[in-house]
Design a protein around this ligand. Sequence first.
Ligand SMILES: [Zn+2]
Length: 89
Amino acid sequence: MRVWAKWSACLCLSLMLWTATAESTHNHPLRTGSVSCSICVVAHSASPTLSSNQSAPVFAAVSLLRDEDVVAKAHFDFSELGSRGPPVL
Ligand SMILES: [Zn+2]
């Protein structure tokens, strides 16, 4: 990774960190300031409701699993070259 990419990534991460810190710790000395603050308006708004019409999951069979035994077919193939005896002295 190039140097400028690392520095820009660090800059973006630090900006995100500072923004999150500023948003979570800011306060208004006067009550009237929180009315026009967009962060406070979003934080104190009503909780969002679900907009989905289908709340229950639908279970349907896609296919059936057929259980079959797996038998390995072992096969020894000795040839004359592979099965010779020990050398005779
Ligand atoms: Zn605020």
